[in-house]
Design a protein around this ligand. Sequence first.
Ligand SMILES: *Cc1c(COP(=O)(O)O)cnc(C)c1O
Length: 387
Amino acid sequence: MSTIEKFNEHVMPTYGRYDLVMDSGSGETATDENGKKYIDFGSGIGTNSLGYCNSEWADAVCEQVRKIQHTSNYYYTKVQADFAAKLTEVAGMEKVFFGNSGAEANECAIKIARKYSFDKYGKGRHNIITLVNSFHGRTITTLSATGQDVFHNYFFPFTEGFIFVKANDIDDLKAKLDDTVCAVMFEHIQGEGGVNALDKAFVDAIYELTAKKDVLTIADEVQTGIGRTGKFLAGDHFGHKPDIVTLAKGIAGGLPMGACLTGKKCADVLTSGTHGSTFGGNPVCCAGGLKVLEKAGDPAFLAEVAKKGEYFRTKLSEIPEVDGISGIGLMIGISLKSKDAKEVAKACLDNGLLVLTAKDKVRLLPPLTISYEEIDAGLKILADILK
Ligand SMILES: *Cc1c(COP(=O)(O)O)cnc(C)c1O
């Protein structure tokens, strides 16, 4: 029985998968079970931030797995302390809670926002504003928070308490930011929603309006964080510090981890017994995360990411079929004039290039460590397909 047959017989069919069995990877190149190679412009949805099996990262992870792979969160570990210290320093935040995914990081943020408000103002101020076309995760509550109706099916009843505001519509935000609201949660660049950056004026308005009412700001940086945009956080492009930041995807170089970070205001909202996670802050993931931060926390490395982003954008804009390019840094959305993004992604795969899609765009989230040679080689494949 082939891997694909075995897989389909035993794994729930929740994904539309390509007929491709991934076997191994090195640097920015993946290899399938038949030995066919693929340049990776997707990094496992922005997750393999240092590419495949980066040797320093792999050494750190293997060393940790041989030392201690897990202990309960009733004890301390040095590696979690080191990672938390470095992460909060680089992000300019105060404290962190570790989970295992983006959805969990957002769940934690939602709990903090509601408890902050409950502790200070009592009941009735639990609503959270999120944006139309947002994506915040797959748990029942983060689906509720997600501002897309397609996600609000089957699983009733959903968690109450989310109000949707149109992205970049300041009047809509003003109208809905009433005394029942404890937080506004947003992606600076909507990833799954189509790689759309928010307008600076709208982000300014979020901060201005929430500050007046002691309403918290939650930046979902699960996809945009950890250097993806050429700054450590996408929010750094907009010049504001949110009260809460959530991270996942690229945080540990491909190992499962989510983090919810707070500034001073919310640092002590969650107290003993109010939240937890068995695997959260796992030592192996923290060891991998430390290696990611050595790079993504370094301004010189981030400047390189920004430069590569510019290079991508210049090259892409020379392709006649490209109608527009969105996003920031190495988070790239490509609108096409006449071709279908999903068909283009499939053709890329057949020709040895991995790309993603988001709504009707081709989406690129290449490893932050990608070289110019690989960018050129990948873009040549893409340009040929777009001819
Ligand atoms: C991917 C994503 C999530 C969900 O992360 P998981 O690790 O799949 O739970 C949440 N928010 C944003 C912005 C994302 O891109």
